[in-house]
Write a protein that binds this ligand. Structure first.
Ligand code: FES
Length: 571
């Protein structure tokens, strides 16, 4: 090996410090030649038994390590905070930034030349990419892969998406608790993350579209042998990337982000991708705004027919050709010159790709939704923007004027939503506030609030809902999210009163509260901020430094690229 590697600053010295760095590493059985200048590859593992979506990573990492060794590198695993969606309270999003700090500092402080990011459950992908982007070493992503399709009573059922449906069916009296319990045991059948096009699958697709993984990363099921092979090939490839000095910032360009945003529209991906892409861009130093997301997402048809927008699941997307096939179909919308982790351009990568199933990846002239890109809404209710996912919304509600029914926070919502005397009908607009980054805290996935039981009983299945919260990527409905500024910092959402009229007009990107400027000013004058409820510790750091959703909800002092140099020795 001729290239002078970063790790040699630790292992290359013939002095006391070199002795210390090498000697302790040898206690694990590393031979002398592990330190002769071959690439040291850090493998960032988000394994945790509390993160069931990533619980198979101990097995998956064996394939990555094998690949690294085959290519002449030295694989060294390091654990980081595992941000699991299904268990963490009050919301995994509160901890995305904490995990990213762990990743950043672990990479920078340790003697590694390149990094493999093992990602799966929703927040484990952005947190790892954010941390790695800040350091900007050669980096490749390996996702853990989705679970096999759920199956209940002969029908495919999707993670999350069918939970919301079953839950509504129970509330409407159409499903018994015994059936609900049987469905629970039928949904999660194998290792892997949610197999709908929820946030995990979306973010796995985003890192593939950004070009920082090998092709095929997003869709192969966790238990498919091709997942293990992809992991092995990624282990080989990161060693080459180190020798080529193919650092993240060469891949994460503005063009790569635009490719990801267009792919997001094509797959009908999760709204959460918006905050995560903004945060990743902030770390690597790419100027990406909500307006870029709106602009790049325009005129992108949703062609992937997956739940929650459509009917199929990730297994079918894998068999149809996966994200390479999706990108092939929308190639005319992409920057094909973008460089990827394979060392070739996106255009090269797509040359031999075939689309294997037109039912799953629909033709451009028969899309699921003609204009499926994430739509940014603005108006006096969200001057800094709010978003809606058209592919998950009810077309008839995309232009709607209705009377607000306001819930001051999630507790108020839970206390009153099923009350018999709640003054509400199908045309009303549900407004939920104090659920944003600072208000919840952590910007929980509560924006797709369940409908009132009495309206469900009447057959109502969707209503316009507006909040400063997020929603699960597996959820659906005419749901306006991420309203900024949030209510907790005095955004206009704090001023809405039940009975006010609101207009949602997705086609013209408008969200208007029909209250005069004078009345709003009077309400603002008497507005009193909610008392902040946090316990100190990380939560206090988060609440006092988190940015608004339109900026990616990163902590203000974490934005930016700080590199990986550490000139000072430890002894
Ligand atoms: Fe982990 Fe859905 S809960 S991916």
């Amino acid at each position: 090996m001729t290239k002078k590697l970063r790790s040699q600053a630790w292992f290359g010295g013939q002095d006391k410090d070199g002795f210390i760095h090498r000697s302790w590493m040898k206690n694990g059985g590393l031979p002398d030649d592990a330190f002769d200048g071959r690439p040291i590859i850090g493998i960032c593992n988000t394994f945790s038994e509390f993160t069931p979506c990533n619980a198979h990573f101990r097995e998956l990492i064996t394939h990555i390590k094998a690949g690294v060794l085959e290519a002449g590198g030295v694989p060294l695993e390091f654990p980081v905070f595992s941000c699991g969606e299904s268990n963490l309270r009050p919301t995994a999003m509160l901890f995305r930034n904490l995990a990213s700090m762990d990743v950043e500092e672990s990479i920078r402080a340790n003697p590694m030349d390149g990094v493999v990011l093992m990602m799966g459950c929703d927040k484990t992908t952005p947190s790892l990419v954010m941390g790695a982007a800040t350091c900007d070493l050669p980096t490749i992503g390996v996702s853990g892969g989705p679970m096999l399709n759920g199956r209940y009573r002969g029908k495919a059922i999707g993670s999350g998406t069918d939970v919301w449906k079953f839950s509504e069916a129970v509330r409407a009296g159409e499903m018994t608790m015994a059936e609900f319990s049987a469905a629970e045991g039928s949904m999660s059948r194998s290792p892997g993350h949610c197999m709908t096009m929820g946030t995990a699958s979306t973010m796995a697709s985003m890192v593939e579209a950004l070009g920082i993984t090998l092709p095929g990363n997003a869709a192969w099921p966790a238990v498919d042998a091709r997942r293990a092979r992809l992991a092995r090939m990624s282990g080989r490839r990161i060693v080459e990337m180190v020798l080529e000095d193919l650092i993240l910032s060469k891949l994460l360009t503005k063009e790569a982000f635009e490719n990801a945003i267009r792919t997001l529209g094509a797959i009908g991906g999760s709204t959460n991708a918006v905050v995560h892409l903004l945060a990743i861009a902030g770390r690597i130093g790419v100027d990406l705004t909500l307006d870029d997301i709106d602009r790049a997402g325009r005129n992108v048809p949703t062609i992937v027919d997956l739940m929650p927008s459509g009917q199929y699941l990730m297994e079918e997307l894998a068999y149809a050709g996966g994200i390479p096939a999706v990108m092939k179909r929308i190639a005319h919308l992409l920057h094909l010159e973008a460089l990827t982790a394979t060392g070739t351009t996106l255009g090269d990568r797509l040359t031999d790709v075939e689309i294997l199933d037109d039912a799953v990846i629909r033709p451009l002239d028969n899309p699921l939704v003609q204009d499926g890109g994430m739509t940014v809404l603005r108006g006096n209710l969200a001057p800094d923007g709010a978003i809606i996912k058209p592919s998950a919304a009810t077309p008839a509600l995309m232009q709607h004027r209705g009377r607000a029914v306001v819930f001051n926070d999630i507790d108020d919502y839970k206390a009153r939503i099923d009350s018999a005397d709640l003054d509400i009908d199908a045309s009303s607009i549900l407004v939920l506030r104090n659920c944003g980054p600072r208000g919840y805290p952590g910007m929980a996935e509560v924006g797709n609030m369940a409908l009132p039981r009495k309206l469900l009983a009447q057959g109502v299945r969707d209503m316009v809902r507006i909040s400063d919260a997020r929603m699960s990527g597996t959820a659906f409905g005419t749901v306006v999210l991420h309203a900024a500024p949030e209510a907790a910092v005095g955004g206009p959402l704090a001023l809405v009163q039940s009975g006010d009229e609101i207009t949602l007009d997705v086609a013209s990107h408008r969200l208007e509260l029909h209250v005069s400027e004078a009345d709003l000013a009077a309400r603002r004058a008497s507005w009193v901020p909610e008392e902040r409820r946090y316990r100190g510790g990380y939560e206090a750091l988060y609440v006092t430094t988190v940015q608004q959703a339109n900026l990616g909800a990163d902590l203000d002092f974490l934005v930016g690229k700080r590199g990986a140099a550490v000139p000072r020795e430890s002894h």
